[in-house]
Structures are given as structure tokens and as C-alpha cells.
Design a protein around this ligand. Structure first.
Ligand code: SF4
Length: 169
């Protein structure tokens, strides 16, 4: 890549120990991406969740899609939605040209997150993480991938090419 590009990334993929279990998910392909400025974002920690913390899950309810603590039943939906709208504006102002999300996360996943039925008893489908979902709605043209796609050299090259094209010189 000839220009330095800025790519947002789920913080745990950079090795930050921000996951619900206090661990990270550092990725080996990071060293194969050239001159990239990685901009870490952890929606769950940034809205005030602790490390470690209880698991959260997405549920279908009578008044829409919700984000609940599995044990506590704390409803994080509005907090996450409000935070995301502000955070996306910040990322746009920071000239972010792409985003690598953590797969299967109830906040960061792209289309692969279990959607639970009412009261969270059973899986009824798949959906986006709540942060990712609002970001995609606000910023549909932003190139996005998850870390599973980035493991594949061809998909990684295609993503980095799209990011390069999306970078303001
Ligand atoms: S997947 Fe997203 S919300 Fe979960 S720890 Fe990683 S950055 Fe934070």
C-alpha cells in the first residue's frame, strides 16, 4: 500500500484484553497488512461494561431487537444504540477507510451472531452485532470484513484494495 490508511478494528483483535472473559483475540494476519494505522474500538467497554463481564446476547422481543445481559437481564439496547451513533460520527471525522469486526460478537459481528427468541431461550436465526448493525445503516459504503475473512489471503488483499481506494489522499 502506498498511502497510510486508517482502519477501525475490534480492539480485541489487536490483542487488547477487553473481551467478556478478560482475554483478547490477537490476529496473526495483522503483520501482513503493510502500513496501516489501526484504530481500536470496543463498543462494550466504551459504553461502560466491565472487564471481565457477563455475556450479552441479542433477543427478538415484542418491541424490536434487544441487547440483554444473559444472567442479569440488564437491557443495554438504548445505551449501545446511542453510543454507536456518536461513535460512527467520530470515526467518519477521523477518515476511517474500512473496518475489521470480530466475528460472532453480539456487538461487532457481521450477520453471524445468534439471534435469540423472546426471553432468550433458544436461537431463532442469525443477525448483526448491535454496534455493527447501526454502523452499517449509517455508513453503508464503508468496506467491512471480519477476522475470519482476513485470515484468507485473497479476501484480505481484496479488502485492503477497497480500503486503499476509499482513502482520501
Ligand atoms: S468483539 Fe467487540 S465488543 Fe467484544 S471485546 Fe471485541 S471489540 Fe469489544
Amino acid at each position: 500500500m502506498t498511502e497510510t490508511v486508517r482502519i477501525a478494528i475490534s480492539s480485541c483483535l489487536l490483542g487488547e484484553r477487553v473481551r467478556y472473559d478478560g482475554e483478547s483475540k490477537l490476529q496473526s494476519w495483522l503483520v501482513d497488512c503493510g502500513e496501516v494505522v489501526w484504530v481500536p474500538v470496543c463498543p462494550e467497554v466504551e459504553i461502560g461494561m466491565s472487564i471481565p463481564r457477563e455475556a450479552i446476547q441479542i433477543e427478538e422481543s415484542y418491541d424490536g431487537i434487544k441487547l440483554f445481559g444473559v444472567e442479569s437481564r440488564q437491557d443495554w439496547t438504548e445505551q449501545m444504540n446511542d453510543f454507536t451513533r456518536q461513535r460512527v460520527l467520530q470515526l467518519q471525522a477521523a477518515d476511517i477507510a474500512g473496518y475489521v469486526f470480530k466475528a460472532r460478537s453480539p456487538s461487532c459481528g457481521i450477520g453471524d451472531v445468534p439471534l435469540m427468541g423472546a426471553l432468550g431461550q433458544s436461537v431463532v436465526g442469525k443477525t448483526n452485532g448491535r454496534f455493527c448493525d447501526v454502523l452499517m445503516e449509517m455508513w453503508p459504503e464503508l468496506p467491512i470484513v471480519n477476522e475470519v475473512m482476513m485470515l484468507d489471503a485473497k479476501q484480505r488483499a481484496e479488502f485492503l484494495q477497497r480500503v486503499q481506494q476509499n482513502t482520501v489522499p
